[in-house]
Design a binder for this molecule. Structure first.
Ligand code: DQA
Length: 141
């Protein structure tokens, strides 16, 4: 396990500013710096886009070379068959990540199109969900 790619979907570029009571006050770049320091042996690539097609392009780009992918598809989790198909098409194991516990929120957030095609899902631990995702990849990929 050497190369992990974190892919964040729409509105996650606003972490730290966006609905802080749900998503916290830490910008993702700050958190990323911390986990890169914590996991020095791993190359952690990071990509964020507000566009569904760009997320699919990134999954296709890294999906045959990365050792694992952490994907927080954000609202596309609940709508995107195209992202689910991209996950099906690639070789790298994908772990579904959510900062909030999507099962404790609105009904429309409780269904995930990507969960069935991911290796597993981690939801509800704040930004620590991503670190737990790295641990899961290290132990189970
Ligand atoms: C989210 C949960 C989604 O329902 C929401 O649309 C997001 C963030 C999370 O990380 O908790 O944008 O994926």
């Amino acid at each position: 396990m050497k190369n992990i790619c974190i892919i964040n979907g729409p509105n996650l570029n606003l972490l730290g500013k966006r609905e802080t009571s749900i998503y916290g006050t830490t910008p993702f770049e700050t958190f990323l710096q911390n986990i890169r320091n914590e996991y020095k042996d791993i190359t952690i690539d990071y990509f964020q886009s507000n566009h569904e097609g760009a997320i699919i392009d990134k999954l296709q780009e890294v999906g045959f070379t990365a050792d694992g992918i952490l994907l927080n598809a954000a609202a596309y989790t609940h709508t995107s068959i195209a992202i689910a198909d991209a996950i099906r098409a690639i070789k790298a194991p994908v772990i579904e990540i959510h900062i909030s516990n999507i099962h404790a929120r609105e009904t429309y957030r409780q269904h995930s199109f990507i969960a069935p095609v991911c290796k597993g899902s981690i939801s509800g631990f704040g930004l620590d969900s991503y670190r737990l995702g790295i641990e899961a990849l290290l132990k189970n990929a």
